[in-house]
Design a protein around this ligand. Structure first.
Ligand code: GLA
Length: 384
């Protein structure tokens, strides 16, 4: 198979009739732990994966942006001055939203030249591995470079989030873009979503003989509509009822139980306990290594299933089957309502888990999941 970077450069040249000025790439992510904590100003511990989106960019002489991709027929073209929420729809809202959001976060776009962009990706779409953040981060880095904006990677993460919130209309947090921009090989990004300070935490999976298996259930999730926004609203209601600006500040769950209805209390309890599990995971990784984090991953899944109620039967089955067949820990990852589960599995047990999960899904009459291992990889970068 030829290198995706060559393919992207060649297709760019065919489409736009010239060589690209450069190639940039950014990865998808797996969240190891810390789910639905980012928009509650809490803690997250995601890592960038070895599945990437590659962007080829060429400068134009006018002030138009054109985007095309290998994953959709639809292309788009718009003048920089016309970029605004509502002006674009479909997948082009991600890359074009980034160009717009750069201006919103302080870049002076009054004199920048137009660009042609061609995008391809090996991050599976709809699997809960942040294919959208990979596009946003690759485009943000590319435009930051060619437009010489000098923006810091943490600001570029906010740019991606702003694009997603306002151009795409999905009320997501800052985690995915942070992982994609700040990721390091064999490490996770420990992010405080209040201060936006981050630290790199070594994972050491390989040295411990562990593989990180992704089990993509194929169940579609959608963050722009439905459950995700609903859970976010519950968290905001809970914080308001408890008199705090965000659930990060809730420390006393006993008092919260008296003040909230049962459902809101369980939503709040998930966030409060999940924040603690992130801190415990970071400590366990640093003091004892990855073999010590299995119980925390398992507990996170239970909390999402029972308290936050964002799992689905396919995710539960994937998690339980992996746990019963040698995984040291497993949980659903990402926003929920579908997408993928992850399992931390000793290398020698991988084939047993694969066979068992396939068998369990067949027996339950569920669509066969797609399974693959991922390695913690470096974040967005210029390729050429
Ligand atoms: C999605 C969002 C993130 C985060 C997770 C849940 O991936 O994009 O911001 O809220 O869900 O942890």
């Amino acid at each position: 198979m030829s290198d995706i970077r060559d393919e992207v450069a060649e297709t760019f040249a065919e489409l736009f009739g010239s060589e690209p000025a450069g190639l940039w790439s950014a990865p998808g992510r797996v969240n190891l732990i810390g789910e639905h904590t980012d928009y509650n100003e809490g803690f997250v511990l995601p890592f960038a994966i070895n599945r990437r989106t590659v962007v080829a960019l060429g400068l134009r002489e006018d002030r138009v942006i054109r985007v095309a991709s290998g994953f959709a027929d639809e292309a788009a073209e718009i003048a920089i001055a016309d970029l605004a929420p509502g002006a674009v729809s479909g997948w082009p809202a991600y890359p074009l939203g980034v160009a717009w959001a750069l201006g919103q976060l302080g870049a002076d776009l009054a004199a920048v030249p137009g660009v042609d962009l061609y995008i391809e990706s090996t991050v599976p779409v709809g699997a809960g591995l942040s294919s959208s953040a990979a596009i946003e981060s690759a485009v943000a880095l590319a435009l930051n470079d060619v437009w010489r904006l000098g923006m810091d990677r943490r600001v570029l993460a906010s740019v991606g989030q702003r694009a997603e919130n306002e151009m795409v209309g999905a009320p997501t947090g800052i985690m995915d873009q942070s992982a994609s921009l700040l990721g390091r090989e064999d490490a996770a990004v420990f992010l405080d979503c209040r201060s936006l300070e981050s630290e790199v935490v070594d994972l050491g999976f390989r040295a411990a003989g562990l593989e990180l298996l992704v089990i993509d259930t194929g169940v579609e999730h959608q963050h722009a509509t439905g459950g995700y926004a609903d859970r976010r609203a519950s968290c905001e209601r809970g914080a308001a009822a408890l008199g705090v600006t965000s659930l990060r500040d809730v420390t006393d769950l006993t008092a919260a139980r008296d003040l909230l209805d049962d459902e809101t209390f369980r939503r709040v309890r998930h966030v409060v306990t999940e924040n603690q599990r992130v801190l415990d995971t970071v400590r366990a990784l640093r003091e004892d290594g990855p073999l010590a984090i299995g119980g925390l991953l398992d507990a996170s899944h239970v909390s999402m299933r029972d308290d936050f109620e964002i799992s689905v039967p396919e995710l539960d089955l994937a998690v339980e089957t992996a746990q019963a067949n040698g995984a040291i820990g497993a949980r659903m990852t990402g926003g929920g309502f579908g997408g993928s589960a992850i399992a931390l599995v000793p290398a020698e047990s991988i084939s047993r888990v694969l066979v068992a999960v396939d068998g369990a899904f067949a027996e339950a009459g569920m669509q066969q999941p797609t399974m693959f291992t991922v390695t913690p990889s470096e974040g967005a970068k210029r390729e050429r």
